[in-house]
Design a protein around this ligand. Structure first.
Ligand code: MG
Length: 256
């Protein structure tokens, strides 16, 4: 895998040739540095500024996240772009129309599951539960290191009897129970793709295991960029969010 910046000559000529441009990105760990508590993560001002410049050169923008749609849209705060929340279970179109691919029953079920988790993990300090609608996240970044395995084991044993209804997802020091369904970041990216003009060049930036579905959705037609230690799921790599910012600046500059 190559650092995207080292291949810039080739990338710049693809940008110049493209009829239209679409920039899609994960939020946490890609645009914004990962915070100790999910509610503390913020979009850096210079990233917000470059997204504004990209929108001004008629680039279609989308933020694709495991956060809930409302939380994500509030945190980014740019109108008229795509937002994908809860790993594809919620999509806000640039028009402002929302689509949610789950039932209110699912939300009640996960609420009850949260009670089960809370009881089973009551003796482990630092666990944070976040109920995001069709997804229940158990964050253990603040749990002391020697007890993190215990969180994961307890999570798995509580969820075991419910496998018909939920599936497990693992992120960076977070375990998630998601309602069983076929939505993921890849299905969301395909919906966005279907709305784009032919010969649109798509960039996708992401650092999570769940971004791999999105990389597959742009393979062959777009430019997938894995952020952080490369695991081989995209064509290109970048080390961290500041490098992503640098590349967004280059795209805005070259597209003018
Ligand atoms: Mg991420």
């Amino acid at each position: 895998m190559r650092d995207l910046r080292e291949s810039w000559g080739e990338i710049a000529s693809r940008i110049a040739r493209a009829r239209a441009l679409c920039v899609l990105s994960d939020f946490d760990g890609t645009l914004a540095p990962i915070a100790d508590r999910p509610e503390l993560a913020e979009l850096p001002a210079d990233v917000r500024a470059v997204l504004g410049r990209l929108a001004a050169v008629k680039t279609v923008l989308g933020i694709v996240s495991g956060r809930s749609l409302d939380d994500l849209a509030r945190r980014v705060g740019i109108a008229g772009i795509w937002y994908v929340g809860n790993h594809g279970y919620e999509i806000r179109f640039p028009s402002g129309e929302d689509r949610r691919f789950y039932e209110s029953d699912d939300v009640h079920f996960l609420d009850a599951l949260r009670g089960e988790f809370a009881e089973a993990m009551a003796g482990i300090p630092g666990v944070i539960f976040e109920h995001k609608g069709p997804v229940l996240a158990v964050h253990y970044r603040l749990v002391e290191e020697r007890r993190r395995d215990e969180v994961v084991r307890t999570f798995q044993s509580v969820i075991q009897p419910h496998f018909r209804r939920v599936m497990i997802g693992h992120g960076k020091l977070v375990a998630e129970a998601r309602v069983r369904g076929s939505c993921n970041k890849g299905t969301a990216v395909r919906i966005i793709r279907s709305e784009l003009p032919a010969r649109t060049l798509i960039f996708y930036f992401g650092d999570d295991a769940t971004d791999r579905d999105a990389f597959r959705a742009v393979a062959g037609v777009g430019i997938g960029v894995e952020v952080g230690p490369p695991a081989g799921y995209a064509d290109y790599t970048l080390p961290d969010p500041p490098a992503v910012l640098e590349v967004l600046e280059r795209i805005a500059r070259d597209r003018r």
